[in-house]
Write a protein that binds this ligand. Structure first.
Ligand code: LMR
Length: 395
């Protein structure tokens, strides 16, 4: 029976990252998977993480299972990080959450809850969106519709198109939004635009599902959560999927959280109970290591200050790279790449065709997704000229 299964193509992101690793070209440039890389091309461990890890090593007395909702301190720390210390919904007890295996686990648990409440619910996703959103949410049985989002011709958010499409979102349907640092395009909504979405959700009754995997990599931890908080402050129900992969560099520790803002405290407790049962049938309980480290960083003032200073430095480096890349690409190609500087987080589209992206890979060892999405953090002083020249050649 198993022999009937065919070999599947590699994942469009992980497969390309592996192909780049295997490429012997000494000039190769890896702009594929969304991990932060430093000047040496290494994805470093935060100093705050190392220190929290040492404390954990010294204090750890057991490797017994985590509870299905995960670490309580992590849940509380993340709720405050996402919603703000003074959040009214937190004070009202209208929030429930569970720790999950990474942001993917968070999305999956969110999807399980939606499916339990209303099987086959329609989820509106941005065009484009992170390709993994579809299998992650779709595999539980949810349906999809796209809304216009990114306008390649001028590298901006097509907000009129987005609003026109979302006018068709019905009460009880889900609208998946990128909390900040849109993946793949890097073009984010303004606060005024978030407010418009909040008004529409209020009037039409659709429920926002906010995927916020990059909090702190755009304009700062607080600023990056401002859109989410605009929704949460005004709407009865919001679902959030969060991750510590990027902002704490805990990628392989699979540290995430699904959070529900609910009508009242009873409903929040009901959703946590549902999420725990969903977790039990999918993976039982989340991993401990990353969440215990993250909890320590979130609750300890000194570690928190160290972490935030490291995050700011990381963000400043990415923004510096955006500026440098604009300068180099404008000079090498004679075209206008200034849009890269207005975009946020790790990603931007270079605006190349799939054919050009494939040529860059085959002829120059410059790896980006076929959509020409680049991970800006993969650029550094030693590859930026080579990259800009290679792009000019395929253009
Ligand atoms: C990406 O988009 O490159 C990251 O979110 C990593 C992943 O799992 O795809």
């Amino acid at each position: 029976m198993l022999e009937s299964l065919e070999r599947l193509p590699d994942d469009p992101i992980l497969g390309l990252a592996a192909a780049c690793r295997a490429d012997p070209n000494p000039n190769k440039v890896d702009l594929t998977i969304g991990i932060y890389m430093d000047e040496q091309g290494i994805c470093p461990v935060f100093e705050a993480v190392k220190q929290a890890q040492q404390i954990l090593m010294a204090q750890e007395v057991t490797k017994a299972y985590m509870p299905p909702a995960g670490d309580a301190a992590f849940n509380l720390g993340m709720q405050k990080l996402l919603l703000g210390e003074g959040s009214a919904v937190l004070a009202d007890g209208r929030v429930g959450s569970i720790q999950t295996p990474g942001g993917c686990g968070a999305l999956r648990i969110g999807a399980e809850i939606i499916q339990a409440a209303a099987p086959g619910t329609r989820v509106w996703v941005s065009d484009p969106t992170w390709p993994v959103h579809i299998p992650l949410l779709g595999s539980v049985g949810l349906q999809f519709e796209t809304y216009r989002y990114y306008e390649p011709s001028d590298h901006s958010v097509n907000f009129d198109g987005m609003v026109a499409d979302l006018k068709r979102a019905q009460a009880g349907e889900i609208v998946l939004l990128h909390g900040c640092c849109h993946n793949p395009c890097g073009a984010d909504l303004s606060l005024t635009q978030w407010q418009t979405i909040a008004n529409m959700a209020q009037q039409q009754g659709f429920i926002p599902f906010v995927d916020i995997a990059y909090q702190g990599l755009g304009d700062g931890l607080e600023q990056d959560a401002a859109g989410l908080r605009t929704l949460v402050d005004q709407l009865p129900e919001v679902i959030v999927a969060a991750s510590c992969s990027k902002n704490m560099g805990l990628y392989r520790e699979r540290t995430g959280l699904t959070l529900f803002v609910c009508k009242d405290a009873d409903n929040a407790a009901a959703l946590v109970s549902q999420a725990k049962v969903a977790a039990r049938r999918v993976y039982s309980m989340p991993p401990a290591h990353g969440a215990i480290i993250a909890a320590r960083i979130l609750e300890d003032e000194t570690l928190n200050a160290l972490w935030q200073s490291e995050l700011v430095a990381m963000c400043e480096r990415i923004n510096g790279l955006r500026a440098a890349l604009v300068g180099k690409l404008n000079a090498s190609t004679g075209r206008d790449f200034n849009f890269i500087q207005n975009e946020k987080g790790m990603f931007s589209f270079l605006g190349l065709s799939a054919e050009q992206a494939i040529r860059l890979r085959k002829e120059y060892g410059v790896y980006m997704l076929d959509s020409s999405r680049i991970n800006v953090a993969g650029v550094n002083a030693s590859n930026i000229d080579y990259l800009a020249d290679a792009v000019a050649k395929v253009l």
